[in-house]
Design a protein around this ligand. Structure first.
Ligand code: FAD
Ligand code: SF4
Length: 481
């Protein structure tokens, strides 16, 4: 434990960020990691609890008090080793994880949690700056080969672990670039895509091969580019990991859904990622000078808000079906669990009208097939059930509507092409001990197995699945779970 009275002596310090008015003018990251001395002081707030609840709160079970101690001593290199021992990509989670570890921190009961996420961010950024993050190719090869379908955080974590265990790994990705939703979905201002590129280089250095623009599934699915069938893949590889994410968006089938200007968030956000990457698009969905209505209050909705503001929207409104949560949770009641409370993202800070307990009734036509407004109704929630409030209909102008209501399941035709059994929600059915699907030699991880989730859960599943595959191929595994 760094300093016995650290939690009493030092207040929590947040990372600094560029002012909203400035950062709205560009697509770059705007949060700065802590300096060495501040990170050391923040780490000294850790009480090194006998039972570190933060461990349990963290889906990858980061060894939080251990790296806090090392950061307090400014032993950055060992702190990096400890961090990497449980998390392949802390630069992703250090930026975009909602940090359930902090909700679970003991200090959070009656004070402010240790700034675990900011410490993680600092350790890994320093590691890259110092050149300490390098390829770790295996000492010997196993002679076995594994195909990984999907290059999101689950596929990348699985690929890295399997390559380090000595297997010949090939990652197949239907998109033109590696990264899954880290690449196409999460905006550049939250996650600079250079972070993915340099990890890809590291994985290449460890022997992983990447094949982009290759769809694995049924040729009849009509994917652009090359298609490889699951049968072919099973002939060519000893094991297959399917980590294709949960790409079927939840729709809003109300009158007017077909109008121009009503889009899924995932038609809108990846286009902007491509533009930032330097691609030239024939047509882009732009929010510029439009009244934008974002339907859905999660991360995806928030990213639509930030992107719309950077396009120069005339106004941005966000609707949420659920009632407004409390500003502050009842900490002793909910700790150490993830609390339901009002969360204001950096995108909200940049300008957004938020409205809760609202349902959309229809999208209205300007007479030329374009959306010009939407009609909504207010809701009353009782015992977990919602009811429309009679006479509460209202209309808001809308030149662009973005549907960000989450994802219902993985693409069903991909799972059908593999012939894997599905669970009740349409995800690939596989347990978290062996990650095996109903099809021999086919394993599943990430959002494709657990449904729409978080980057940190995808990393955990990729790691654990890699161990399961290694055990299956070799009869045992030294990879951590
Ligand atoms: C807009 C948005 C913002 C988000 N923000 C956050 C956030 O701030 N913090 C957070 O923790 N989580 C966030 N999430 C959730 C997080 O991104 C996902 O939970 C995570 O990326 C899932 O990882 P994955 O590897 O399972 O799948 P994905 O990242 O979805 O990757 C799957 C990959 O598989 C490829 N693929 C699918 N099928 C095939 C096929 N048949 N052949 C070849 N390739 C295929 C896809 O093209 C894709 O690249 C966000 C999600 C969205 C949509
Ligand atoms: S729960 Fe908080 S104070 Fe306790 S060990 Fe974890 S980070 Fe440190």
């Amino acid at each position: 434990m760094g300093k016995i009275t650290g939690f009493l002596d030092y207040p929590r310090l947040s990372e600094t960020s560029e002012a909203p008015a400035q950062r709205k003018k560009h697509w770059r990251e705007f949060i700065r990691h802590l300096g060495d001395a501040d990170a050391s002081t923040q780490a000294a707030r850790c009480m090194d609890c006998g039972i570190p609840f933060c461990h349990n709160g963290c889906p990858v079970n980061n060894l939080i008090p251990d790296f806090n101690e090392l950061v307090h001593q400014q032993d950055w290199r060992r702190a990096l080793e400890v961090l990497h021992s449980t998390n392949n990509f802390p630069e992703f989670t250090g930026r975009i994880c909602p940090a359930p570890c902090e909700s679970a921190c003991t200090l959070n009961i009656n004070s402010e949690a240790v700034g675990i996420k900011s410490i993680e961010h600092k350790i890994i950024d320093k590691g890259w700056e110092e050149g300490w993050v390098t390829a770790q190719p295996p000492a010997r090869l196993s002679g076995k080969s594994v195909a990984v379908i999907g290059s999101g955080p689950a596929g990348l974590a699985a690929a890295q672990q399997l390559a380090r265990a000595g297997h010949a790994v090939t990652v197949f990705e239907k998109n033109d670039r590696i990264g899954g939703l880290l690449r196409y979905g999460i905006p550049d201002f939250k996650l600079d895509k250079m972070l993915i590129d340099r990890r890809v280089e590291q994985l290449r250095g460890e022997g992983v091969q990447f094949r982009t623009g290759v769809f694995v599934g049924d040729a009849a699915a009509g994917a652009a580019g090359e298609t490889i069938t699951p049968e072919q893949l099973k002939q060519d590889f000893d094991a297959v990991v399917i980590a294709g994410g949960a790409e079927t968006p939840r729709d809003l089938p109300v009158p007017g859904r077909e109008l121009n200007g009503v889009h899924f968030a995932m038609d809108f956000l990846p286009q902007q990622n491509k533009v930032v990457a330097g691609d030239r698009l024939d047509r882009q969905i732009l929010a510029t000078a439009k009244n934008v209505v974002v339907i859905g209050g999660g991360d995806t909705g928030s990213d639509c808000v930030g992107t719309s503001n950077r396009h120069g929207a005339a106004s941005v409104t966000q609707f949420e079906l659920l009632p407004q949560p409390p500003l502050q949770e009842n900490k002793p009641l909910v700790w150490p669990y993830w609390p339901i409370r009002l969360r204001t993202s950096s995108s909200h800070e940049e300008g957004c009208q938020r409205d809760w307990a609202v349902a959309t009734k229809c999208f209205n036509d300007d007479g030329a097939g374009n959306v010009c407004s939407l009609t909504a109704v207010r809701l009353e929630w009782k015992d977990g059930r919602m009811a429309e409030i009679a006479g509460s209909e209202f209309e808001v102008p809308a030149g662009l509507v973005l549907l960000a209501m989450g994802f219902v399941s993985p693409l069903q035709h991909v799972l059908d092409a593999f012939g894997v059994e599905k669970d009740a929600r349409g995800n690939a059915k596989a347990g978290t001990d062996d990650y095996r699907t109903s099809v021999d030699r086919v394993f599943a991880a990430g959002d494709m197995r657990r449904g729409q989730s978080l980057v940190v859960w995808a990393i955990r599943e990729g790691r654990q699945c890699a161990r399961a595959v290694d055990e299956y191929l070799m009869g045992g595994s030294l990879l951590p779970r």
